[in-house]
Every structure is written in C-alpha cells, then in structure tokens.
Design a protein around this ligand. Structure first.
Ligand SMILES: [Zn+2]
Length: 194
C-alpha cells in the first residue's frame, strides 16, 4: 500500500535523486541574464515523513545568479516539496486522496499516521478541489491524462491515473513530475480567464 511506501526512507531518497537531477538541469541552463548559478539552498523542516526521513530533506535545492546587478534566485521544480506547503508533497496528495472514495479513511487515523490535524487535512482538500484546478499546470496537463480525470475527484483520480503499474516508485515519480510545475514561484498562480 502507498502509506507503507511513504513510511520508508528509500522512497524519499529516490525522490531526492530526482530533485538533484532537476536542480542539475536548472544549473546547467543558467540564469536568463547569462550568469552562472551558485548554490543557495533554503532550509526546510518538512512534516509528514517517517522518523528516519533522510537529512537531505532539511533543505530545498535553490540557486542564485552570480552576476552583479542580477543576483536573481532560481528555484528548480521539485518532486519533494509542494510550493510553500510545510508537509511533503506526496503526503499532501495521499492523505487528501484517502479522504475520498466510497470508503474514506478516518481523519483520526490519518492524523495518527502522518501528523496532520483536521484543519490541515481540510485545507488540502480545498486546495485540490478549488485551487489546483485553476492552475495552468492542470489546465494544460489534464488533456494529457488517460483516463480523463474530473475535478470533482481530485486528487484521488490523479493517484488512480498514475499509480497503475507494478512499480509504485516509478508511478509516484511520474505523478510528482506531472505536478512539479506548481512547486515553483508563480506555479500556483490562478490563471485569469480570457
Ligand atoms: Zn542573472
């Protein structure tokens, strides 16, 4: 089961490797001004992971341009952190999904497993139902999904659309990469309808 996967350190190490690759690509691309990017990671204290969450989770990989007059910050996409949310991205997806379906898991049980309280879980449900469907990530991405995913069943339907093979880690990778545009600055901006 997915909650078992998320209790193990190896899943989180696997995701860290993907973040390292995403950061490497950003660094090689460099700053828009032509400057080089230097390491300028943010400290993080993510919640929702296992007790043995790898120490690499103490920071969000990020860069800063080295050119005087620019010094722009460049933060690559992430499969670990969902924007500014304190809880790990996979937890925000899984817990909200477990509250859906014909037999939703009890809040008390989920709180015990992942540490999030009732209000936090309710906020995540609102996020998936009302906020996420307004993002460019969803408006562009939903057309690529087979089977078609309806807003009403987010995020459970996303889990069902992506977690279909016999390799759950790889499935999570694909799902988290699909969502990764919302993990960077401006990615959660609500699109203005034209
Ligand atoms: Zn620059």
């Amino acid at each position: 089961m997915h909650q078992e996967l998320l209790r193990g350190a190896s899943f989180w190490l696997f995701l860290f490797d993907i973040d390292k690759n995403l950061a490497q690509i950003s660094r090689q691309t460099g700053c828009r001004c032509g400057g080089h990017l230097h390491c300028a990671n943010y400290p993080r204290k993510p919640r929702g992971g296992p007790a043995n969450l790898p120490e690499q989770y103490g920071c969000r990989l990020s860069f800063c341009c080295d050119r005087d007059g620019c010094r722009k910050r460049v933060t690559p996409r992430s499969v670990r952190f969902l924007g500014r949310k304190v809880y790990l991205g996979a937890v925000v997806i899984l817990v909200a999904a477990m509250r859906q379906g014909p037999t939703p898991r009890r809040v008390r049980e989920l709180s015990k497993l992942f540490g999030a309280d009732r209000q936090t879980i309710a906020r995540w449900q609102t996020f998936w139902r009302e906020h996420f469907p307004q993002t460019a990530c969803w408006k562009v991405g939903r057309g690529l999904l087979v089977p078609t995913v309806e807003v009403i069943t987010l995020p459970l339907a996303l889990l069902e659309a992506f977690l279909r093979s016999h390799d759950p880690q790889k499935d999570w990778e694909r799902l988290l990469l699909f969502l990764s545009p919302i993990t960077i600055a401006g990615g959660l901006k609500i699109e203005v309808r034209r």
